[in-house]
Every structure is written in C-alpha cells, then in structure tokens.
Write a protein of this length. Structure first.
Length: 252
C-alpha cells in the first residue's frame, strides 16, 4: 500500500518536472480554493450574526411594545387632575366657570343669586382612607391630594382657620408638613351630587362634623371668603368673621 502511494507521488513529481507551469497552476488553484472556502466561511458567519441580531431586535421591539402598552394602561387608569393650589380672588362668574370646566357637582341651585345652578358633574374620585402617625387621612388619587379625614372639631373664623392649619403644618400632622387651607377649587371637588350616608353631599369616608368649610380664596376682599357647604351642597361666600369648620389639605 505504502509503495503504491510513493509511486503516485513520483509520477506527480515527474509530471510537474516535465511541465514547468504545472506546479504554479496547482498552487494557484489551491489558493483560489482556499480563498473561496474562507469567503464562504465568512459569509456563513455574517449570515449567522445577522440572524441573531434580527432575533435580538425582534425581542427588544416586543419588550418595548409591551412596556408602552403597560404605560398607556397605567396612564388611562391613573390620570390625575391637578387642581389650583394657590389662593386667588374669584368672582361669582369664576366660580360658575370653575364648576363647568372641572365638571364638579353642585347639587343646589343658587343661580338666582348669580352663583351656580344645579349641576350633575362627572368628576370621579379615588379615595383611600389611612391612619398615619395615629391620625386619619384620606388620599384622593384622582387629584393627588391628601385630606384630613375629620378636620377641626369646632367652627372658627377665617384668621383662626389659617392659624389652625399652620399648627398642623408645624406639628407635622399625620407625619407630614405642608398642610394648608384648600382652595375653593380643591374643596369643591369633594362635593357629591346626591346626599351620602350621613346626610351630607360628601363621601362617607370623611367625618360628617365638618358640614361647612373655609377655603383659602376670597371674593372681593379678605373680609369676604369663599366656602363650601356640604350640608346643602353649594359654594358661596361669607364674612371672614363667621365661624366655619376647617378640613386641611396637602399634596400627596
């Protein structure tokens, strides 16, 4: 067997010797073949890499789509209506427009006095009652506000009301500072169109003692202040020396 292989090699050598270009030709063919195989291998590797990249991109796009869908769903069910928090001077027309623009409820008809008529709004709350640091609060996730669940135990003047909320702020009621008088916009958002259990136009999650509450807004002067009457379901203004209740608020 071995002798046969040697004979074949000798024959090949003789042929190459007889043909001066034979060796060069074989080497050239071998180089071309090796180059072809190398290119073929590289093409295969590139194709494999491209397929993997495409698969990774598909997975990333799918994850992105799922994330965006989740965000849209969260946004749809967690929309927050941010209400004005800075005190203001408001006219009667401002109050009427506020109720319409924010789609608030206003059960009583005060249109004869230039105020709002009877309005069945569409404002919806997401109340959650909690006990924080031994004090009851109500978080409204629809407005991102935290309310006192109860409020002042008795009525007080507007100046006394401002001092009362300042004490809550400094004393960190429920473990938080930032307590203040609500604007009439924030306070009016609590109105329900129909009487709730407890005979008030406010959700029963709140203490019914505070039937009528001060706001931080004034009508035409600091002597005339806007309030919300949950006992009869309306917004109006009164002398700052009247004695009304306080239900403080803070941003959640």
């Amino acid at each position: 067997m071995r002798s046969g292989i040697l004979v074949e090699r000798r024959k090949t050598a003789k042929l190459l010797h007889r043909s001066p270009g034979g060796a060069t030709c074989c080497v050239a063919n071998l180089s071309i073949y090796r180059s072809y195989e190398a290119k073929k291998g590289k093409s295969g590797m590139l194709l494999s890499v491209k397929i993997r990249v495409i698969r990774v991109i598909r997975v990333l796009l799918l994850c992105l789509l799922m994330f965006l869908t989740s965000c849209c769903s969260l946004f749809r069910f967690s929309q927050v209506t941010f209400l004005r928090s800075q005190p203001a001077i408001l006219s009667r027309d401002d109050i009427v427009m506020m109720i319409q623009d924010e789609r608030f409820n206003h059960p009583a008809d005060l249109s004869a006095g230039g105020l709002s008529g009877r309005v069945a709004g569409k404002f919806q709350h997401k109340y959650v009652a909690k006990i924080l640091d031994g004090n009851g609060v109500v978080i409204d996730y629809a407005t991102d506000l935290m309310w006192q669940q109860a409020g002042s135990a008795e009525g007080m003047t507007w100046q006394q009301a401002k001092a009362y909320v300042q004490q809550l702020h400094q004393g960190k009621f429920a473990g938080y500072s930032g307590w203040r008088l609500p604007t009439v916009e924030e306070l009016a958002s609590l109105l329900e169109f129909t009487r709730q259990p407890g005979t008030l136009y406010i959700a029963p999650v709140f203490d019914p003692t505070q039937r009528i509450c001060w706001s931080a807004d004034i009508f035409d002067s600091p002597a005339n202040v806007w309030f919300v009457y949950f006992g009869h379901g309306y917004i109006s203004n009164t002398d700052a020396n009247s004695e009304l209740y306080v239900r403080a608020v803070r941003p959640r």
